[in-house]
Design a protein around this ligand. Structure first.
Ligand SMILES: Cc1cc2nc3c(=O)[nH]c(=O)nc-3n(C[C@H](O)[C@H](O)[C@H](O)COP(=O)(O)OP(=O)(O)OC[C@H]3O[C@@H](n4cnc5c(N)ncnc54)[C@H](O)[C@@H]3O)c2cc1C
Length: 295
């Protein structure tokens, strides 16, 4: 792979610690870690890995990921060098690796409303589409017009809004893991810049007050169970502050698991198993994980 990437000018690292590429700051090394800076290079690399039988994983900003302690045996492809964002009229076109908060800030600069919710979600556009990321009554499904993606067979496809099959924290890309998002067009509405920015500051303040933003985490560990809030259930079961190794149920928001320093993926997984078992026993509710495991 080294020679192939050198010949094709694809930045490649070996035994790269994935803890440096996840917001949890946890995870062992990737055997190979590539940072393609064009969509063509990304597609070529996927194809080459397929041809050689090398296992691949595409990651964005690593803000919804728990990487195992033993790392990833294969090629991890980071989209973070694919970050172009352009605004034309009410349309924002962005590459998969663009930071969602940057896209939201650009939209606000042009007085475009509809993406205020995305400010403060520390993911990439690609990761946000996979997860149908959302907050404060907004989510990606409300703004996406179309996306380009590459199929597991290497074919470039365009998906219209309905073809994304968005649902609560899910999409076509989540249920079809071999597809890789390349770029998307988001349609917003003309608004007033000051009002948009005020709304974004308000959301940011609400996050600062409620979420443990000063500690490494992957955001909400669980999806919202029907009729409940995961954090409330966890707190109600007396699990706030519960700790396994360096992993702890946040004292500020029980829906977050935080890395107190030196946490391993195995600490986090053991804590999650304990939370799920306790909540099931005490309330009868099954918690579904929002955090995605990479191993
Ligand atoms: C402090 C904090 C607050 C958060 N708040 C929110 C919130 O309010 N709302 C919310 O919904 N989420 C929230 N999150 C979770 C997270 O930011 C989102 O899920 C985000 O969309 C993940 O994007 P990412 O680029 O980090 O994806 P990653 O974590 O890198 O990857 C997530 C999944 O998407 C896949 N993937 C990534 N890029 C692509 C691509 N281009 N093509 C195909 N698959 C891809 C990966 O393989 C993986 O399975 C929060 C996280 C943190 C740490």
């Amino acid at each position: 792979m080294l020679e192939y990437c050198r010949q094709n000018a694809i930045a490649l690292r070996q035994q790269e610690p994935l803890s440096a590429h996840t917001t949890f700051k946890v995870g062992g090394p990737a055997q190979w870690f590539a940072l393609p800076d064009t969509e063509e290079k990304l597609c070529m690399l996927l194809q080459e890995c397929r041809r050689r039988g090398v296992k691949t994983a595409v990651i964005g900003r690593g803000s919804n990921l728990l990487v195992s302690d033993k790392g990833f045996c294969g090629m991890v492809i980071s989209t973070s060098a694919l970050e172009a964002v352009g605004v034309t009229g009410c349309t924002v076109a962005a590459q998969c690796g663009a930071a969602l908060s940057f896209i939201a800030a650009q939209a606000a600069r042009y007085g475009l409303q509809g993406l205020e919710f995305a400010q403060g979600i520390p993911g990439s556009l690609g990761g946000a589409l996979v997860m149908n990321a959302g907050a404060y009554d907004g989510e990606m499904s409300m703004v996406v017009r179309q996306s380009r993606a590459v199929s597991p067979q290497g074919e470039i496809i365009t998906l219209g809004a309905a073809e994304h099959e968005f649902g609560y924290r899910t999409s076509f890309f989540k249920t079809h893991p071999g597809y890789v998002v390349l770029s998307s067009e988001l349609v917003l509405e003309q608004g007033i810049r000051e009002e948009i920015e005020r709304k974004m500051s308000d959301f940011a303040e609400r996050r600062r007050q409620k979420q443990p933003l000063n500690k490494p985490s992957a955001g909400s560990a669980y999806k919202r169970p029907q009729g409940h809030f995961a954090g409330q259930l966890i707190e109600q079961c007396g699990l706030k502050g519960c700790q396994v190794g360096g992993a702890r149920v946040s004292d500020k928001h029980a829906g977050f698991i935080v890395n107190e320093g030196g946490a391993t993926a195995s600490d986090i997984l053991r804590l999650m198993d304990h939370i799920e078992k306790t909540v099931k026993e005490q309330t009868g509710v099954t918690l579904e994980r929002e955090i995605r495991l990479l191993d």
